[in-house]
Design a protein around this ligand. Structure first.
Ligand code: NAD
Length: 256
């Protein structure tokens, strides 16, 4: 069981990472929250979660765009039984206008960070004799959309990295899988609505219905609680032989 195990979740002071942290804390895991900021609110978030679920919760600042900082996060955590690579950003623009700096930042945060944290966490998992790596990819790890070149490239990349991680740990009690969510109404999605409105000359409602949920046949957003439940499943004993694969939580998007 996950009880008493240390779960490190990158990018977890908001959205999906926070939702997964809450479900894991509820199940009795010890949680390491992370983001690049280091505010009183960040540390208060950890305190409140510890109190709410009567478990250990720490907040460790580390910028996932920096490989050295990624490795330092795992070292500071001291233990990492479950690693959830979740930190991610988005930028939406046609390729000729796509800023090079945004490309670099998205590849660093959404893809390279998972390489660095995994490299640092595997020795700890091997020492503990058990481990779970859960990469938060996306439906965009399996399908493409226009204007999301860096994001789609990074998410396809992390699906590939997940497979390699699974093969390198295949004979050990360690698994590596990727969760591929469809649209979840988090700040990351909220922020791309204005740009998409401009890009397609649409209202907010039209963007939600005709762009965001266009390819999500359920016509509903997935929720952070559902993603927490999916991560709990992948961390469970029932999933011990599930490795190197993707699990879609996308209302049927990739069925099409
Ligand atoms: P979000 O913006 O709410 O959360 C992103 C998290 O990453 C935040 O905690 C943020 O502080 C953190 N972060 C950003 N840059 C960072 C950095 N340099 N260092 C450390 N942390 C950093 O967005 P979200 O929707 O919850 O996204 C979480 C993950 O889920 C991302 O990888 C995203 O690509 C993926 N995802 C989201 C959706 C969706 O519809 N929301 C769908 C598929 C996949």
């Amino acid at each position: 069981s996950i009880q008493g195990k240390t779960v490190v979740i990158t990018g977890s002071n908001s959205g999906i990472g926070l939702g997964i942290a809450r479900e894991m804390a509820k199940a009795g895991a010890h949680i390491v929250l992370n983001s690049f900021s280091d505010t009183d609110e960040d540390h208060q978030l950890a305190k409140d979660m510890a109190e709410e679920f009567d478990t250990k919760v720490r907040y460790i600042q580390a910028d996932m765009s920096n490989g050295v900082a990624c490795r330092a996060l795992i070292e500071k955590a001291g233990a990492c039984d479950v690693l959830i690579n979740n930190a991610g950003i988005q930028h939406v623009a046609p390729m000729p206008e796509f800023p090079s700096a945004k490309w670099d930042a998205i590849i660093a945060i959404n893809l390279s960070s998972a390489f660095h944290t995994t490299a640092a966490a595997l020795p700890l998992m091997r020492e503990a004799g058990w481990g779970r790596i859960i990469n938060i990819a996306s439906a965009h790890g399996l399908r493409a959309s226009p204007y999301k070149s860096a994001y789609v490239a990074a998410k396809h990349g992390i699906v590939g990295l997940t497979k390699v991680t699974a093969l390198e740990t295949a004979k050990e009690p360690i698994t590596a899988n990727a969760i591929c969510p469809g649209y979840v109404l988090t700040p990351l999605v909220e922020e791309q609505i204005p740009d998409t409105m401009k890009e397609y000359d649409m209202s907010r409602e039209e963007v939600i219905e005709n762009v965001l949920l266009k390819r999500q046949p359920s016509k509903e957003f997935a929720t952070v609680e559902q993603l927490g439940g999916t991560a709990l499943y992948l961390a469970s004993d029932a999933a011990a032989q599930v490795t190197g694969t993707t699990l879609s939580v996308d209302g049927g998007w990739t069925a099409m």
